[in-house]
Write a protein of this length. Structure first.
Length: 81
């Protein structure tokens, strides 16, 4: 196993130790975004269990990511023209 950076984060009331190559500042920003998105979704749907909330959060964040990827492709294409 890698001896990467260890960063303790809190997401939706749970503590996690993240081990990886990214610097702790980056890991904390990621955790903050996930926590915020989970709280937004929970606010919209109070009847979700933790597993459903985590899956919906993943789907939402992945959707945002794919939209940004497409926007970058469009901008790169415009730049080439």
């Amino acid at each position: 196993m890698s001896n990467g950076n260890r960063t303790i984060v809190h997401i939706y009331g749970q503590q996690y130790t993240i081990v990886g190559e990214e610097d702790p500042g980056h890991v904390n920003r990621v955790a903050s975004i996930v926590d915020k998105k989970m709280r937004e979704i929970r606010h919209q749907s109070n009847n979700l269990d933790a597993k459903q909330l985590a899956v919906l959060t993943s789907v939402n964040i992945t959707s945002d990511y794919l939209k940004l990827q497409e926007r970058v492709r469009q901008l790169e294409k415009q730049k080439e023209e």
